[in-house]
Design a protein around this ligand. Structure first.
Ligand SMILES: Nc1nc(=O)c2c([nH]1)NC[C@@H]1CN(c3ccc(C(=O)N[C@@H](CCC(=O)O)C(=O)O)cc3)CN21
Ligand SMILES: O=c1ccn([C@H]2C[C@H](O)[C@@H](COP(=O)(O)O)O2)c(=O)[nH]1
Length: 283
């Protein structure tokens, strides 16, 4: 939590204003931040200086792992967070590749679960990684990527957290996740949860011990209409201790994640938080 607040404070104190064309808003911006999550000791990086809707964040990452590309599928899992990007962004509404209401196009898991090969056909990156790790193999390239520059015009948004690289040292699993663009008041709340859950879940289904998760952020920003609530409300609050994440131990395979896992299989213990803050969302 301290590292999150430090990043917010750094943006407020040292950020530079950058005009963003896609959203037509200005963003107070810094370049490069490195966050670490202690999954080994179950220090769940949930924001406590406002109420965090952690179940929505887990629904998003489950949807990515399942290869979803439709906002209705994300709603069925328990989050409405993709509705606006699927249905309210004019550039995507005008894009001839959009296949109707709720379509998000070729994004995130839709790419990572069927990454097109230059020679034809596709690779299920996630399945290969799970197979390797389950067999104790780390080929130094256990990379789940959602980034395909040739597919940008086929999706409603380029992936923000675009790469997850898994590593084994003995029977301990590590994760390095990379994010190109980060809406710190809204998105990062979720992204910290997602990096943590991804390592915890992958360790559980491959029979490894979770170690640390390292989260690299390149462009970290606060939109102009989010600055006052961040600076004048959230940053004046004192954080509470980190809660614990409980994952149903019956989740044992990638197939479990693909078929029956729901948000009921996740719980948080000891979550003390301040009141919710409603931050504006830039579409
Ligand atoms: N501008 C922007 N910021 C983002 O963080 C973001 C995007 N766009 N587009 C793609 C996804 C969607 N994400 C979202 C979308 C909405 C919320 C949001 O409204 N959060 C509220 C309430 C969540 C709830 O009730 O479930 C919050 O207070 O955290 C968060 C992340 C993250 N990503
Ligand atoms: O997981 C996510 C997804 C999105 N975001 C934020 C980062 C930016 O504010 C927007 C995406 O806009 P781009 O113009 O494509 O950079 O969404 C996030 O923080 N986390």
């Amino acid at each position: 939590m301290k590292q999150y607040l430090d990043l917010c404070q750094r943006i407020v104190d040292k950020g530079e204003w950058v005009n963003n064309e896609r959203t037509n808003k200005r963003c107070l911006t810094v370049i490069n931040a490195d966050l670490t999550y202690d999954v080994a000791n179950n220090q769940f990086p949930l924001v406590t200086t406002r109420k965090s809707f952690w179940k929505s964040a887990i629904a998003e990452i489950l949807g990515y792992l399942r290869g979803y590309q439709n906002a209705a599928d994300f709603r069925a899992l328990g989050t409405k967070t993709w509705d606006a990007n699927a249905n309210e962004n004019q550039a995507w509404l005008d894009n001839p590749n959009r296949k109707g209401h709720d379509d998000m196009g070729l994004i995130y898991g839709a790419l990572g679960r069927a990454f097109p090969k230059p020679t034809g056909g596709s690779v299920d990156l996630l399945k290969n990684i799970v197979n390797d790790l389950s067999n104790g193999v780390d080929n130094r390239g256990e990379i789940l990527t959602f980034l395909h520059p040739g597919a940008f015009e086929l999706g409603c948004l380029r992936p923000c957290m675009y790469e997850h690289h898994f590593s084994l040292l003995g029977d301990t699993l590590y994760l390095n996740s990379t994010q190109r663009s980060c809406d710190v008041p809204l998105g990062l709340n979720f992204n910290m949860v997602q990096v943590y859950v991804l390592l915890a879940l992958m360790a559980q289904i491959t029979g490894k011990k979770p170690g640390q998760a390292y989260h690299k952020i390149v462009n970290a920003h606060i939109y102009e209409d989010q600055l006052a609530p961040m600076r004048d409300i959230q940053l004046t609050r004192s954080p509470f201790a980190a809660p614990k994440l409980i994952i149903n131990p019956k989740i044992k395979s990638l197939e479990d994640i693909e078929t029956w896992v729901t948000l009921d299989d996740f719980d948080v213990e000891g979550y003390e938080h301040h009141e919710a803050i409603k931050y504006p969302f830039a579409v």
